[in-house]
Unconditional design. Structure first.
Length: 366
């Protein structure tokens, strides 16, 4: 079970963390990056105080949004957020941390999951997300269709994508067809110190089709799963290769890479939505079983939709993804649920507010 393997003894639970808090004065805190502006914007709309933990060099940019920020906590390094000084300051401000897509990457897994500040979301999911293999195991347990995974001991009979650990926006991933090429490239990455050994890489079937990323929100207070939006990652240079005549990139020796440069909005065929909701529900159910209390708030399933309308999920994110920044004023889907402009940032704040009203705060924080 994932739960047994990843049980982490943090020596506290959220109830003890909240004991010293004035719940009427919560401040929504996040790292000044990724989707921070959306998060503080949403928090303000719902009447919360806000805190941005900002690196000194980014401060001038965020100061331009002073009307959305009550407090800045300035750090020199992201990992400083686990220092005693910063933790004390965050506690004084009655902070709840909203972890976004860059949170674990910036502060490191140890700090991310052990920080003694309430987190909106499921802490124990961070470690699963940081490990490509466990990530796929969780999806597979949920019964969500995933690409085949290969080991170097077996025959590789299809085009594969080789992935490294951590959310680095596809950095150093490569596509290959031959085992020799994979072994050669992985050896280079070990030599460069990018990975320690071959086991850190995930060798996954490369699925043909188009990419589609779904933004879900699971609400413990309403016991409801919402689809709040969808996007396409715009990735260089894989998305640019189609601008070349077919096969020319092979001639010039270009190797497709997957560096994210932005996000493009997507509205899906309505007939695909029931399946997409079903995948999301499977994910919620499995995280409840494997990593109780289960996923809380925003998560994303990342997929390829094939020409036969099969949806194959190649990874997930257990936090708010940057593609939600497209819908700061709500998406075509969030409008249907809420009939008011509802970004994911605002939805997070609404959930915390509802939890306070219903006396369920401990159900949305870990
Ligand atoms: N199995 C796959 N088949 C086809 N393309 C894939 C597959 N897995 C990933 N990709 C492409 O590679 C990109 C980065 O992969 P992903 O697993 O999402 O890594 P990251 O953790 O960097 O987001 C995806 O956005 C997608 O374009
Ligand atoms: Mg991804």
């Amino acid at each position: 079970m994932l739960r047994k393997r990843w049980a982490c003894d943090m020596g506290f639970n959220v109830g003890t963390l909240l004991k010293d808090y004035d719940v009427g004065k919560l401040s929504i805190a996040t790292l000044a990056s990724h989707s921070a502006l959306q998060i503080v914007h949403g928090a303000k709309l719902e009447g919360f105080k806000t805190t941005l933990i900002a690196k000194r060099d980014r401060l001038p940019f965020y100061r331009g949004f002073n009307h959305l920020v009550d407090e800045y906590v300035v750090v020199d390094e992201w990992s400083d957020i686990c220092s005693q000084d910063v933790v004390r300051k965050l506690k004084e401000l009655n902070s709840v941390i909203v972890p976004h897509g860059s949170y674990v990457e910036y502060v490191g897994i140890e700090c991310a999951e052990n920080i003694p500040i309430p987190i909106f979301g499921l802490r124990t999911l961070f470690k699963v997300e940081a490990n490509q293999k466990l990530k796929m195991e969780l999806l597979s347990k949920a019964g969500i269709p995933i690409p085949k995974t290969y080991s170097l001991d077996e025959a590789i009979d299809k085009l594969v994508i080789v992935k490294l650990a951590g959310a680095k926006g596809g950095k150093d991933y490569f596509i290959a067809k031959d085992k020799e090429v994979i072994t050669y490239k992985l050896s280079k990455l070990v030599e460069q110190g990018t990975i320690r050994n071959f086991n850190e890489a995930l060798i996954q079937e490369y699925v043909l089709g188009v990419t589609a990323y779904y933004h879900y929100f699971y609400s413990p207070t309403l016991n409801r799963l919402e689809i709040l939006g969808a996007d396409i990652r715009y990735e260089s240079d894989i998305d640019g290769l189609k601008r070349l005549p077919p096969n020319t990139y092979l001639e010039v020796g270009a190797e497709p890479t997957f560096t994210v440069v932005g996000n493009i909005p997507l509205v899906l065929r309505e007939s695909l939505l029931p399946k997409i909701l079903d995948y999301g529900e499977k994910f919620v159910k499995t995280t409840k079983e494997e990593l109780p209390p289960g996923v809380i708030g925003p998560f994303c399933l990342e997929s390829i939709i094939t020409k036969d309308a099969e949806i194959i999920v190649f990874e997930f994110s257990g936090r708010i993804v940057a593609g939600t920044n497209l819908y700061i004023n709500g998406s075509p889907y969030s409008y249907l649920y809420w009939n008011e402009p509802m970004s994911v940032g605002r939805r997070i704040a609404r959930e915390i507010k509802t939890a306070i009203d219903k006396g369920m705060l401990e159900k949305v924080l870990t």
